[in-house]
Write a protein that binds this ligand. Sequence first.
Ligand SMILES: Nc1ncnc2c1ncn2[C@@H]1O[C@H](COP(=O)(O)OP(=O)(O)OP(=O)(O)O)[C@@H](O)[C@H]1O
Length: 766
Amino acid sequence: MGTAEETGQHLQFDVEDTIFVAVGTDADDAKATLLWAVQNFAGNSFCLLHVHQLTPRASSPKNEDPSSHTLKEHVANAFEELERQKSFELLNQYVLILAKLGVRAQKVLIETNSVERGIVEIIAQYSIKWLVMGLDAERYNLKMSTGLKSKKAFFVSQQAPLCCHIWFVCRGRLIYSREGGLGRFNKWQLQNTEIGINHTNHLRPESVTCKLDLLDAQEQENAFDSISTFTYEGPVDPRFENLGTSRTTLLLKNEVSGLQEAASMNVTPIKEFEEEAVGAEFKAKSLESSCVEEVKRRKEMEEILASSKKEVERMNKEHDNLLKELHRVHEQKSLLERKASESRCDVEELEKKMFAAVDLLVSFKEKRDKLQIEQEDATNELRKLKNMVERELSCNRRAEMPTFSFMEIIEATRNFDPSWKIGEGKHGSVYKGILRHMDVALKMFPSYGSHSQSTFQYEVELLSRVRHPNLVSIIGACPESRLIVYENMKNSSLEDHLACKTRPLPWQIRIRVAADICLALIFLHYSEPCIVHGDIKPSKILLDANFIAKLGGLGISRLIPQEQKAFDSASVYSLSKENNSYIDPEYLETGRLTPESDVYSLGVTLLRILTGRAPPSIVNDVKCALENDQIGAILDSSAGDWPHDLAEQLALVALRCFEKEKSNRPDLVSELWSVLEPMRSIASASCSNLKKHSRVPAHFACPIFQEIMKDPLIAADGFTYEADAIRGWFESGHNTSPMTNLKVEHCNLVPNYALLNAIQEWQHQL
Ligand SMILES: Nc1ncnc2c1ncn2[C@@H]1O[C@H](COP(=O)(O)OP(=O)(O)OP(=O)(O)O)[C@@H](O)[C@H]1O
């Protein structure tokens, strides 16, 4: 920093009494600050302090060889010098102006990089006690400003030695004052609220006039002109208030001239006192008005503050409410989101269920359609069967069932010759006999019980009307001896063959027997009403002279009195476990007989036909064999060489007959017959071995007449019948198969020349 001393300046007066005024280069600010200082500290020595701020440069030090300076540095130095000159001249002008006002002033010019630091350092260096510092007018709103906004001023107020009292002035108004340690001026109490400072006697503006009288009139005029060039807009002494700059100057002029006059007239001290009193009164009034003004302003400010406070409180409340609302909205949002995701899950679940339901519905519809078709077919079939039965009944009524006298029975059986006994059932013995030139079998039923002769006869008549090629026919009855006359089945029962009481049956005949029994059951189950046999087992399957299988024992239960049935049940179920094995367990449990019960019994019979083994272990044996692919090991070898595939297929369908769930058991027509029918053809084709076991090949006999055919015709059901028999069947109104009871597509008949040739060839060989 270049100090006053360094620049050749020396302070000529005592620092204790010198008011330092720091002025900048802005003329307006400087003038306002000087006027303030002169007004408030008149009579004191002044020292104008100007800090010239050097432009910061990265260039080399000053004492460096000028020849090495670049052109830029030269130019910068030249401008720097120019600025310095300007500052110096400005400072001189300020001093000159003060001098014209009669104010003694010196000047100090300091060069440094920082204005504020320069001021602080000069204060410290000279132990300056009093400093007036001008502030940048643009930063301060004169009505409102109370603190320091200038960085420089703030720095000086903070860093200047405490011994210095500093007044910070802007546009002639005191913005802030920092009291010094010695406090010579501290005792000056604030009276002028506008400038915030009191005046001592020797500091009054009047004192200025004392100095002014040292100047001649012209100089005074010049000085006033100089002052009049001040564009002072800040507050002034109350006497100058509201007068404007030019009027202030005028008043000042008048006052000075007044004082001059007073001096020249040698006015008495009393007059001076009066004037002072008037001045004081004037001052008091002005202070009072200022005070009122200030109170008013303060009230306004308080009102503004209060309303602002209210506004802030209102806004805070609003803010709190909004926060609460926001919180509520957030909660609602998350709740809605949760509900939305739950709804999405529900929707997905429902969609899945809906699709599943639709699939189910479609499958149900398909099943329903299928069932409807089946129902329609069955209804048609039943209608035809009904018609057929009715026609049969009417025929039979015309030709009533023959009844035989006991004498005839005795004669037919040669008085029940034991050698003519062909079987023994739990209800009685079976004898063969010749009755009215017919080869018959006679079975006697228990005579005790509730059935009267007429009831017995009626029941037998009903049973005799159920006729089918694969049902043992009832020829007549002897009600007085409770005896039924059946056609005689010359080749005994299937049981006898399987139990090897007679010669074993080849597999071909066994397959035919199975197919025949299946046909008999189809006929019974599709009758109207449905007839359930309820006792299917090998002892009830009888073989005629052509090894055609016929189901016997139909309706026996209707002929057995209840008491006897109870006795039989107890004895049979407890004693004959083997026979029980043919009965549907559900029937045994509930006593309710259903068509599926017959299917169960047929299944056991089929396994028996395949293996020859006795139930009940037969079921597990076959299952194990199938699982181990060892079906051949359990087949009845006495039947010859079973075709493996055929045996396996029959075993599989037979095992399905034991399904606990009845609906899972195979359907007689669509499942059992559809398996057995092709097997029957295979067996018929493989009949070369069959000749050994039958005198007449079974397929040579008409299924209706049971005689060797002379004119074999093939019907639409695939069976071959004797021409007269089948024509008679259709002519009597039937449009169903005599073998299956199912509707035939047409009644056309085709001659079976191949069979006719075979029969003729066979007959020729005999
Ligand atoms: N019409 C028939 N022609 C030839 N033999 C027959 C005839 N009816 C029955 N038999 C023979 O008589 C036996 C006994 O038959 P029946 O029907 O009386 O008793 P079951 O069937 O053995 O047993 P259940 O006492 O359970 O009825 C048969 O196994 C069969 O050998």
